[in-house]
Design a protein around this ligand. Sequence first.
Ligand code: TXA
Ligand code: MG
Length: 330
Amino acid sequence: MNVSLTTQILAANEAAVTLAARSLAEGGLVAFPTETVYGLGADATNPQAIARLYQAKGRPAFNPLIAHVSDLGAAERIANLNAQAIALAEAFWPGPLTLVLPKTSDCAVAGLATAGLDTIAIRVPAHAIAREILRAFGGPVVAPSANLSGHVSPTTAAHVQSDLAGRIDLIVDGGPVAVGVESTIVGCFGEVVLLRPGGLPRGEIERVLGRELAQPPGDADSGSGQPLAPGMLASHYAPRTKVRLNACNVEPGEALLAFGPVAVSGVDAATSVLNLSARGDLNEAAANLFGYLRVLDTKGAHTIAVMPVPHHGLGEAINDRLRRAAVARE
Ligand code: TXA
Ligand code: MG
């Protein structure tokens, strides 16, 4: 891999948006903020650009990408939306919801981006800069999270820089993101199924559907059969340091990732302590999650002990990412 590219970093403004759109049109790789995490964008119709993207991230090409589009009309040009998909799109786009849908027969998105599947993952991001880049570019942009494959997703431009400098063309710095965990992924090819918990809580989706979301047939983590969200490997979102979940004490040499009032013993022995949300707010905790994991990963602790996080609202996505971070080092 050529890692000698000069990666330009620009503050998010009109000139940066214009340059981002031009770079995408020329087959460039552009990192930009979305409301969930920073994405690494490439022209969804350009197989060479997509091949570069997989290479820059060190991502296996059998793990398909999300196509980002500017509105429902643009989604309908590349995918077939049934009544439930349209209801969800109308309720939650723009926003942190990805729909996996059957591709249209003349879908312009390169087969490499969808790993040869006959479905495609699509979302309309809510972040103003992401929307302006999509509008200026004028076509679908595939964008995985802008981190090295298997690493924690980036919630600031500095995170992107530390993973991908020298490997991509441009980083548009729009400051820290608002949500902090990736989009919720729902499959709408038959019964509506939850493929990945994320920035849109399950309960809000179920309210619009008028019933509970189905679980995918077979466990996407089990490695048995074809996972429905192929990227949902058990070990993902991993810091280098070992992660210990549901900690009710801190062992010497451990760092503590706290949530709410710190009611654990041994805190004084912790190498460092960060609290996802001292007031127990799950939205604040989601926004802090990946950044705090990155910080604690640099503190020389042998383990990051994590206090329990309640499972409702964004807690489902937070616990999903924490579980993957822990599995990676078991
Ligand atoms: O919030 C987000 O979704 C961020 C921002 C940048 O938009 N993007 C993101 O992309 O998280 P990525 O590539 O890190 O995760 C996309 C997930 C992967 O687990 C992938 O396997 C799954 O979506 N996926 C993509 N296409 C799919 C398909 N046709 N069927 C099932 N899963 C799919
Ligand atoms: Mg990712």
